[in-house]
Design a protein around this ligand. Structure first.
Ligand SMILES: [Zn+2]
Length: 188
């Protein structure tokens, strides 16, 4: 059984947000459309969310955009909310990460209403063997989520047109790295 895993499609990562990726709105629309058009392909749909309270040096007034970032996805702000194109009523579970430290992989998160359940355990309990990963950003949280998914034993496809990078070069490098690790990259 296959799951649709939507990584961090939150307002702060889309144009107008504090840490916008150029294609954020575009991929949000494509993902929201796929949640409906391909609903029958997926046993479950889940989303991850960057969910910061006080993540220490993950935030900086002088960010390097590699290890430190402008303030983003703070709990209780509109920037932490999912992009309006995401069909939240189609989501079977949401996994939040990063409350008090940087967390790039959705597999570091926990289910929003159950503190101790992580994404890998939840997917396995649901009978999932295969996942399609999409979202933001290709070169950071999508990359980390995909690499962890492979380590956890899932068969992973990355739907490249439904992923938005921070930068084109590092996005392309991340796709190569994910492919080398065993992910199938589904292109345009
Ligand atoms: Zn963050």
């Amino acid at each position: 059984m296959r799951a649709f895993v939507i990584v961090d499609v939150q307002n702060d990562f889309c144009p107008g947000g504090s840490l916008a990726t150029a294609q954020g709105n575009h991929v949000a629309e494509l993902i929201g459309a796929r949640q409906v058009s391909h609903a029958a392909d997926y046993a479950v749909q889940v989303a991850t969310a960057d969910w910061h309270i006080d993540p220490g040096d993950h935030f900086s007034d002088n960010p390097d955009f590699v290890h430190s970032w402008p303030v983003h996805c703070v709990v209780g702000t509109g920037g932490a909310a999912f992009h309006s194109a995401i069909r939240e009523n189609k989501l079977d579970a949401v996994f939040r990460k990063g409350e008090y430290s940087a967390a790039y992989s959705g597999f570091e998160g926990h289910k929003s209403d159950l503190e101790d359940q992580g994404l890998a355990d939840w997917l396995r309990q649901t009978g999932i063997t295969d996942i399609d990963v999409v979202g933001i950003a290709t070169d950071y949280c999508v990359r980390a989520t995909v690499l962890d998914a492979i380590k956890e034993g899932f068969s992973v496809r990355v739907l490249q047109p439904l992923c938005s990078p921070v930068a084109e070069d590092s996005g392309a490098a991340a796709l190569e790295e994910m492919a080398a690790a065993g992910a199938v990259i589904v292109g345009a």
